[in-house]
Design a binder for this molecule. Structure first.
Ligand code: NAD
Length: 286
């Protein structure tokens, strides 16, 4: 058996076309250009790449994009002052503080996220937006899990009534992913680092989501024949190549559908960020 490969590129293009259309309609109706500002603290190489990709994608789709760069040595107060200014700026509809923050600021990460106006929290990490998701009100939803669910829906893969197993319970991927699947009537199991006999749990999944951060963690013996496998992991191998949390080479022969890494759900994350920015702008001008 060979799995259907779910190409992130194809689905991201579709989402981006919707975003372009919605941004254009908003401009025509209200004269407002949706605006995203990314705050980047320090010189982390991967973060620079992510931020530049977001900037390019915004410009392609008619979204105004700004990057505020702060030095590695920036204090909490400096960062909070920048966020307070962006909260007040009516031309800014989305604010994103690129994570991870430099080591010195990591202990105040939650305080920083709390300072962002929830109406501009296009990452969906503010506790207010996390709470709204938990009560079934999908307002500004974290981009990666939102992209995974959107991809399942666009691919015509049924969620309702399926057993979904999510490996990982982080606030940015695992938990919101589980909530989105639950809201679509899946029966959801969340597994994590303390789960006993994880392989047996994973084998029960009709939809298996891996968000662990360990290369090739999910092996073929952990996957039920025909299951849909969503690989969220992005791991750098010693040879410099990127790998997911799923052993793609082996698992593709067991799964019914599978996302590759690279070229899978990572591409959807940016597309959903742009969609959230336009949504925040639409809500701001209502
Ligand atoms: P995290 O480190 O915050 O969480 C990892 C989770 O995996 C934890 O809940 C932990 O309990 C679980 N885990 C760790 N070891 C385990 C084990 N041995 N068995 C079972 N569970 C285990 O990571 P995260 O931020 O949720 O990200 C997960 C992965 O997804 C990373 O590779 C990250 O790079 C990637 N990611 C990708 C995107 C994207 O755009 N595609 C976005 C965010 C994160």
């Amino acid at each position: 058996m060979s799995a259907r490969i779910l190409s992130g590129k194809e689905f991201a293009l579709q989402i981006k076309e919707e975003v372009r259309r919605d941004a254009g309609a908003l401009l025509e109706k209200t004269g407002v250009v949706p605006g995203l500002t990314v705050v980047l603290v320090g010189e982390d190489a991967a973060s620079q790449v992510y931020v530049n990709n977001k900037h390019k994608a915004c410009l392609e789709l008619g979204i105004r994009s700004d990057i505020v760069r702060l030095p590695e040595t920036a204090s909490k107060e400096e960062l909070l002052t920048v966020i307070a200014g962006l909260n007040q700026d009516r031309a800014v509809h989305g604010i994103l503080v690129q994570l991870p923050l430099p080591k010195a600021l990591r202990t105040v990460e939650q305080e920083v996220l709390l300072a962002i106006d929830p109406a501009k929290d296009v990452d969906g990490f503010h506790p207010l937006n996390a709470g709204r998701l938990a009560v079934g009100d999908e307002h500004l939803v974290p981009c990666t899990p939102a992209g995974c669910v959107k991809m399942l829906e666009m691919a015509g893969l049924e969620i309702k009534g399926k057993h979904a197993v999510v490996i990982g319970r982080s606030n940015i991927v695992g938990k919101p992913m589980a909530q989105l699947l639950l809201a679509r009537d899946a029966t959801v199991t969340i597994c994590h680092s303390r789960t006993k006999d994880l392989a047996a749990m994973a084998r029960q999944a009709d939809i298996l989501v891996a968000a662990v951060g360990k290369a090739h963690f999910v092996t073929a013996d952990m996957v039920k024949e025909g299951a849909v496998v969503i690989d969220v992991g992005i791991n750098r191998l010693p040879n410099g190549k990127l790998a997911g949390d799923v052993d793609f080479e082996q698992v593709q022969h067991v799964a019914g559908a599978i996302t590759p890494v690279p070229g899978g759900v990572g591409l959807l994350t940016i597309a959903m960020l742009l969609a959230n920015t336009v949504k925040a702008a639409q809500l701001a001008v209502r």
